[in-house]
Design a protein. Sequence first.
Length: 227
Amino acid sequence: MVKNTPGKPSAPKAAPVRGVLPSLGAVFAELVLVCVLVALVPVTVYLDTAVWGEGVTEDSLTEHLHNTLLAIAAGIFVLGAYQNIAMRGYLALAATLFACMFLREYDAALDRIRHGFWLYPALATLAVGTFVAWCNRGTTLLPMLHHLQTRSATFVYIGVVLLLFFSRTFGTSTLWEAVMGAAYDPQVKTTVQEGTELLAYLLIAYGAVLSHLHGFGAQAALQERRL
């Protein structure tokens, strides 16, 4: 048995792993859940095209899911900004981004008021969100970096990349005209693009829910303070 020498500090004990690593059951459950969410994309597109036969239009199930998922993501970040003063600047900016995206996605309904009307509430939302973030500018950069360290933020990050970059390039007419040649059908291009966007919105909403459950990276900030 080794005894500590008087006057010398004992070696620090290793931090217990228990409570840090997820259980195998939790990992498997999340895998199944993510697979189900991804499978919703072809199922939804199939319903719009093969079952109801109307295709992916502005009034399709695919489009309504776009709006619903964006509303969920925006609402979660608004709630987070309201509840977490120490992260309010960053969460307000994230909420503003998704709220503006929701208004742009919801433009077909807002066009009934006036064509292009979505721009006015979007500008108002941008102004309010920017003002809140500016008033809390000291809670923007570090909370964002802490959140980006988490798995939940990775889902949001990948979803945004899919939405803003991949869906726009993979769903271009030029690409599908080259692939289909004389058999080119614009509906195919639209279906591919809208389906990809639906996958992006599912990842964003899922990441937003996880972010809320995990405190938007608050644990990463706590660990940083202990170092």
